[in-house]
Ligand binder design. Structure first.
Ligand code: ZN
Length: 299
Protein backbone atom coordinates (compact mmCIF):
# COMPACT_ATOMS: atom_id res chain seq x y z
CA UNK A 1 0.00 0.00 0.00
CA UNK A 2 1.34 3.46 -0.88
CA UNK A 3 0.33 6.58 0.99
CA UNK A 4 0.86 9.88 -0.82
CA UNK A 5 0.22 13.46 0.06
CA UNK A 6 1.24 16.76 -1.49
CA UNK A 7 4.87 16.52 -0.31
CA UNK A 8 5.40 13.04 -1.63
CA UNK A 9 4.31 13.59 -5.23
CA UNK A 10 7.84 13.45 -6.60
CA UNK A 11 8.70 10.15 -5.00
CA UNK A 12 5.37 8.82 -6.27
CA UNK A 13 6.57 9.09 -9.85
CA UNK A 14 9.69 7.06 -9.22
CA UNK A 15 7.81 4.38 -7.28
CA UNK A 16 5.82 1.42 -8.58
CA UNK A 17 2.06 1.38 -8.07
CA UNK A 18 1.30 -1.94 -9.72
CA UNK A 19 -0.39 -4.36 -7.30
CA UNK A 20 -0.57 -1.66 -4.65
CA UNK A 21 -3.44 0.39 -3.31
CA UNK A 22 -3.03 4.09 -4.13
CA UNK A 23 -4.42 6.46 -1.54
CA UNK A 24 -4.61 10.19 -2.12
CA UNK A 25 -6.32 13.22 -0.71
CA UNK A 26 -8.90 14.62 -3.14
CA UNK A 27 -7.63 18.11 -2.25
CA UNK A 28 -4.61 17.31 -4.40
CA UNK A 29 -6.56 15.75 -7.23
CA UNK A 30 -6.52 18.80 -9.50
CA UNK A 31 -2.80 18.99 -9.08
CA UNK A 32 -2.57 15.29 -9.92
CA UNK A 33 -4.62 15.41 -13.10
CA UNK A 34 -2.51 18.23 -14.52
CA UNK A 35 0.10 15.58 -15.08
CA UNK A 36 -1.08 12.62 -17.21
CA UNK A 37 1.90 10.60 -16.00
CA UNK A 38 0.61 10.81 -12.44
CA UNK A 39 -2.91 9.94 -13.52
CA UNK A 40 -1.70 6.85 -15.37
CA UNK A 41 0.27 5.83 -12.35
CA UNK A 42 -2.78 6.17 -10.11
CA UNK A 43 -4.82 4.00 -12.44
CA UNK A 44 -2.10 1.34 -12.51
CA UNK A 45 -2.75 0.77 -8.81
CA UNK A 46 -4.56 -2.37 -7.80
CA UNK A 47 -7.13 -0.24 -6.04
CA UNK A 48 -7.63 3.52 -5.70
CA UNK A 49 -8.77 5.21 -2.51
CA UNK A 50 -9.69 8.89 -2.63
CA UNK A 51 -10.02 10.62 0.74
CA UNK A 52 -12.62 13.37 1.14
CA UNK A 53 -12.97 16.12 3.77
CA UNK A 54 -16.39 17.23 2.67
CA UNK A 55 -19.51 15.14 2.19
CA UNK A 56 -19.40 12.19 -0.19
CA UNK A 57 -21.22 12.74 -3.47
CA UNK A 58 -22.19 9.82 -5.70
CA UNK A 59 -22.31 9.87 -9.49
CA UNK A 60 -22.69 7.47 -12.39
CA UNK A 61 -20.35 6.81 -15.29
CA UNK A 62 -20.68 5.45 -18.79
CA UNK A 63 -17.27 3.82 -18.40
CA UNK A 64 -16.02 1.26 -15.96
CA UNK A 65 -12.63 1.49 -14.26
CA UNK A 66 -10.65 -1.69 -14.53
CA UNK A 67 -9.65 -1.36 -10.86
CA UNK A 68 -11.83 -0.72 -7.80
CA UNK A 69 -12.15 2.96 -6.93
CA UNK A 70 -13.35 4.09 -3.49
CA UNK A 71 -14.24 7.52 -2.20
CA UNK A 72 -13.81 7.47 1.57
CA UNK A 73 -14.69 10.00 4.25
CA UNK A 74 -11.35 11.08 5.73
CA UNK A 75 -12.77 11.05 9.25
CA UNK A 76 -13.50 7.35 9.04
CA UNK A 77 -10.14 6.48 7.51
CA UNK A 78 -7.53 5.92 10.22
CA UNK A 79 -4.04 7.30 9.83
CA UNK A 80 -1.48 4.83 8.67
CA UNK A 81 -1.98 1.48 7.06
CA UNK A 82 -5.02 -0.58 7.85
CA UNK A 83 -6.37 -3.84 6.48
CA UNK A 84 -9.85 -3.48 5.05
CA UNK A 85 -11.89 -6.22 3.43
CA UNK A 86 -14.47 -5.19 0.88
CA UNK A 87 -16.23 -7.18 -1.76
CA UNK A 88 -17.00 -5.22 -4.88
CA UNK A 89 -19.11 -6.71 -7.61
CA UNK A 90 -19.75 -4.28 -10.45
CA UNK A 91 -20.80 -4.99 -14.02
CA UNK A 92 -21.28 -2.32 -16.64
CA UNK A 93 -24.41 -3.11 -18.63
CA UNK A 94 -23.69 -1.97 -22.15
CA UNK A 95 -26.64 -0.99 -24.38
CA UNK A 96 -29.00 -0.82 -21.41
CA UNK A 97 -32.25 0.84 -22.57
CA UNK A 98 -34.07 3.59 -20.77
CA UNK A 99 -37.22 5.47 -21.77
CA UNK A 100 -38.42 9.02 -22.19
CA UNK A 101 -42.08 9.54 -21.24
CA UNK A 102 -43.77 12.21 -23.34
CA UNK A 103 -47.32 13.61 -23.44
CA UNK A 104 -49.01 16.86 -24.35
CA UNK A 105 -51.93 19.16 -23.67
CA UNK A 106 -53.29 20.79 -26.79
CA UNK A 107 -53.31 24.59 -26.84
CA UNK A 108 -56.20 26.85 -27.83
CA UNK A 109 -54.38 28.81 -30.55
CA UNK A 110 -53.94 27.55 -34.10
CA UNK A 111 -50.17 28.02 -33.85
CA UNK A 112 -48.12 24.86 -34.23
CA UNK A 113 -45.43 26.21 -31.87
CA UNK A 114 -45.08 24.29 -28.63
CA UNK A 115 -43.76 24.88 -25.14
CA UNK A 116 -41.79 22.10 -23.47
CA UNK A 117 -41.85 21.44 -19.75
CA UNK A 118 -39.38 18.75 -18.74
CA UNK A 119 -37.90 16.96 -15.73
CA UNK A 120 -35.69 13.89 -15.48
CA UNK A 121 -37.20 10.98 -13.54
CA UNK A 122 -34.09 8.83 -13.08
CA UNK A 123 -31.61 9.02 -10.22
CA UNK A 124 -28.63 7.00 -8.95
CA UNK A 125 -30.30 3.70 -8.09
CA UNK A 126 -28.70 1.47 -5.48
CA UNK A 127 -25.24 0.43 -4.37
CA UNK A 128 -25.17 -3.15 -3.13
CA UNK A 129 -28.23 -4.42 -1.28
CA UNK A 130 -28.41 -1.86 1.51
CA UNK A 131 -27.62 1.52 -0.04
CA UNK A 132 -30.43 3.27 -1.86
CA UNK A 133 -30.46 6.82 -3.25
CA UNK A 134 -34.06 8.07 -3.03
CA UNK A 135 -33.44 11.30 -4.99
CA UNK A 136 -36.28 13.29 -3.41
CA UNK A 137 -34.92 16.67 -4.45
CA UNK A 138 -33.07 15.27 -7.48
CA UNK A 139 -35.47 14.84 -9.09
CA UNK A 140 -38.76 13.64 -7.60
CA UNK A 141 -39.33 17.36 -6.85
CA UNK A 142 -39.08 18.30 -10.54
CA UNK A 143 -41.26 15.37 -11.62
CA UNK A 144 -43.85 16.35 -8.97
CA UNK A 145 -43.91 19.87 -10.37
CA UNK A 146 -44.28 18.49 -13.89
CA UNK A 147 -47.23 16.29 -12.79
CA UNK A 148 -48.86 19.23 -10.97
CA UNK A 149 -48.58 21.23 -14.19
CA UNK A 150 -50.01 18.36 -16.27
CA UNK A 151 -52.99 18.23 -13.89
CA UNK A 152 -53.45 22.00 -13.99
CA UNK A 153 -53.28 22.38 -17.78
CA UNK A 154 -55.54 19.35 -18.31
CA UNK A 155 -58.41 21.26 -16.71
CA UNK A 156 -60.52 22.96 -19.32
CA UNK A 157 -60.44 26.38 -17.68
CA UNK A 158 -56.64 26.34 -17.76
CA UNK A 159 -56.18 25.35 -21.42
CA UNK A 160 -52.89 26.99 -22.48
CA UNK A 161 -52.55 29.15 -25.58
CA UNK A 162 -49.74 27.07 -27.02
CA UNK A 163 -49.62 23.29 -26.92
CA UNK A 164 -47.50 22.17 -23.97
CA UNK A 165 -45.41 19.03 -24.41
CA UNK A 166 -44.42 17.39 -21.12
CA UNK A 167 -41.22 15.34 -21.21
CA UNK A 168 -39.97 13.12 -18.41
CA UNK A 169 -36.45 12.14 -19.42
CA UNK A 170 -34.57 8.97 -18.48
CA UNK A 171 -30.82 8.52 -18.01
CA UNK A 172 -30.03 12.13 -17.09
CA UNK A 173 -27.67 11.28 -14.26
CA UNK A 174 -25.33 9.23 -16.43
CA UNK A 175 -24.81 12.08 -18.93
CA UNK A 176 -28.08 13.63 -20.20
CA UNK A 177 -28.65 10.63 -22.44
CA UNK A 178 -32.48 10.70 -22.68
CA UNK A 179 -32.70 14.37 -23.58
CA UNK A 180 -29.78 14.15 -26.00
CA UNK A 181 -31.51 11.22 -27.70
CA UNK A 182 -34.66 13.31 -28.15
CA UNK A 183 -32.73 16.18 -29.75
CA UNK A 184 -31.10 13.71 -32.15
CA UNK A 185 -34.37 11.86 -32.87
CA UNK A 186 -37.07 14.51 -32.34
CA UNK A 187 -40.76 13.61 -32.63
CA UNK A 188 -41.39 17.01 -34.25
CA UNK A 189 -39.04 19.66 -35.68
CA UNK A 190 -37.10 21.36 -32.88
CA UNK A 191 -37.78 24.69 -34.65
CA UNK A 192 -41.37 24.44 -33.44
CA UNK A 193 -40.30 24.78 -29.82
CA UNK A 194 -41.10 28.29 -28.70
CA UNK A 195 -39.56 27.81 -25.28
CA UNK A 196 -38.41 25.03 -22.97
CA UNK A 197 -38.60 25.03 -19.17
CA UNK A 198 -36.52 22.29 -17.54
CA UNK A 199 -37.17 21.47 -13.87
CA UNK A 200 -34.54 19.83 -11.69
CA UNK A 201 -34.01 20.23 -7.90
CA UNK A 202 -37.16 22.16 -6.97
CA UNK A 203 -37.57 20.95 -3.39
CA UNK A 204 -36.29 24.02 -1.49
CA UNK A 205 -36.38 27.74 -2.27
CA UNK A 206 -35.50 29.43 1.05
CA UNK A 207 -32.90 31.45 -0.87
CA UNK A 208 -34.92 31.64 -4.09
CA UNK A 209 -34.15 30.09 -7.43
CA UNK A 210 -31.51 30.11 -10.17
CA UNK A 211 -32.26 30.40 -13.89
CA UNK A 212 -29.63 28.72 -16.10
CA UNK A 213 -29.46 30.40 -19.55
CA UNK A 214 -30.87 33.65 -18.13
CA UNK A 215 -28.03 35.57 -19.79
CA UNK A 216 -28.98 34.10 -23.20
CA UNK A 217 -32.62 35.19 -22.93
CA UNK A 218 -32.69 38.48 -21.00
CA UNK A 219 -36.19 39.40 -22.18
CA UNK A 220 -37.71 36.21 -20.79
CA UNK A 221 -35.61 36.48 -17.65
CA UNK A 222 -36.99 39.98 -17.08
CA UNK A 223 -40.50 38.59 -17.42
CA UNK A 224 -39.74 36.21 -14.57
CA UNK A 225 -38.47 39.11 -12.46
CA UNK A 226 -41.59 41.16 -13.20
CA UNK A 227 -43.93 38.30 -12.23
CA UNK A 228 -41.92 37.71 -9.08
CA UNK A 229 -41.99 41.40 -8.18
CA UNK A 230 -45.75 41.65 -8.69
CA UNK A 231 -46.74 38.43 -6.95
CA UNK A 232 -43.99 38.43 -4.28
CA UNK A 233 -43.17 34.75 -4.79
CA UNK A 234 -39.46 34.11 -4.17
CA UNK A 235 -36.78 36.01 -2.21
CA UNK A 236 -34.50 36.04 -5.31
CA UNK A 237 -34.35 34.84 -8.89
CA UNK A 238 -30.68 34.58 -9.72
CA UNK A 239 -29.35 34.52 -13.24
CA UNK A 240 -26.71 32.25 -14.64
CA UNK A 241 -25.19 31.63 -18.07
CA UNK A 242 -25.31 28.39 -20.06
CA UNK A 243 -24.30 25.18 -18.27
CA UNK A 244 -24.34 21.51 -19.23
CA UNK A 245 -25.91 20.56 -15.92
CA UNK A 246 -29.35 19.21 -16.85
CA UNK A 247 -31.65 18.22 -19.72
CA UNK A 248 -32.06 21.67 -21.28
CA UNK A 249 -28.43 21.50 -22.46
CA UNK A 250 -28.64 19.61 -25.76
CA UNK A 251 -31.79 21.54 -26.68
CA UNK A 252 -29.90 24.80 -26.10
CA UNK A 253 -27.01 23.53 -28.17
CA UNK A 254 -29.44 22.99 -31.06
CA UNK A 255 -30.76 26.54 -30.78
CA UNK A 256 -33.91 25.89 -28.75
CA UNK A 257 -34.56 28.75 -26.30
CA UNK A 258 -34.53 27.12 -22.89
CA UNK A 259 -34.36 27.84 -19.16
CA UNK A 260 -33.39 25.46 -16.40
CA UNK A 261 -34.86 26.27 -12.97
CA UNK A 262 -33.45 24.99 -9.67
CA UNK A 263 -34.28 26.21 -6.17
CA UNK A 264 -31.71 27.40 -3.61
CA UNK A 265 -31.12 27.05 0.14
CA UNK A 266 -32.60 24.66 2.67
CA UNK A 267 -31.03 21.23 2.71
CA UNK A 268 -27.48 20.31 1.70
CA UNK A 269 -28.30 16.72 0.64
CA UNK A 270 -27.22 16.16 -2.96
CA UNK A 271 -26.38 12.92 -4.73
CA UNK A 272 -26.26 11.10 -1.41
CA UNK A 273 -28.47 8.85 0.70
CA UNK A 274 -29.75 11.87 2.67
CA UNK A 275 -31.80 13.23 -0.25
CA UNK A 276 -35.02 11.78 1.21
CA UNK A 277 -38.68 12.87 1.11
CA UNK A 278 -38.92 13.04 4.95
CA UNK A 279 -36.46 15.92 5.09
CA UNK A 280 -37.27 17.71 1.84
CA UNK A 281 -38.90 21.00 2.84
CA UNK A 282 -40.67 21.93 -0.46
CA UNK A 283 -40.43 25.48 0.92
CA UNK A 284 -41.41 27.41 -2.24
CA UNK A 285 -43.04 24.67 -4.28
CA UNK A 286 -46.36 26.54 -4.64
CA UNK A 287 -44.59 29.79 -5.44
CA UNK A 288 -42.49 28.18 -8.20
CA UNK A 289 -45.65 26.59 -9.59
CA UNK A 290 -47.27 30.02 -9.72
CA UNK A 291 -44.16 31.54 -11.33
CA UNK A 292 -44.19 28.89 -14.07
CA UNK A 293 -47.92 29.18 -14.90
CA UNK A 294 -47.68 32.97 -15.00
CA UNK A 295 -44.53 32.83 -17.13
CA UNK A 296 -46.15 30.41 -19.63
CA UNK A 297 -48.93 32.99 -20.13
CA UNK A 298 -46.34 35.59 -21.11
CA UNK A 299 -44.19 33.51 -23.47
ZN1 ZN B 1 -31.03 16.19 -11.39
Amino acid sequence: MVFYNDNALKSFLSDKTKNKAVIYDVKFYNKLIENPEILDKIHEGKCIIELHDKKLTASLSQKQFSNPFFQVDKKSFPNGIQRVKFQLDATLKKNYSSQNVIGFVEGSSKSDSVIIISAHYDHLGTMGKKVYFPGANDNASGVSMLLELVKYYSQKENTPKFTIVFMAFGAEEIGLIGSRFFTENPLFPLKKIKFMINLDLLGTGDDGMTVVNATLHPEEYNKLLEINETLKLLPAIKRRGPAANSDHFYFSEKGVPAFFFYTLGGISAYHDVMDRPETLPLTKFKEVFSLITNFVKKI
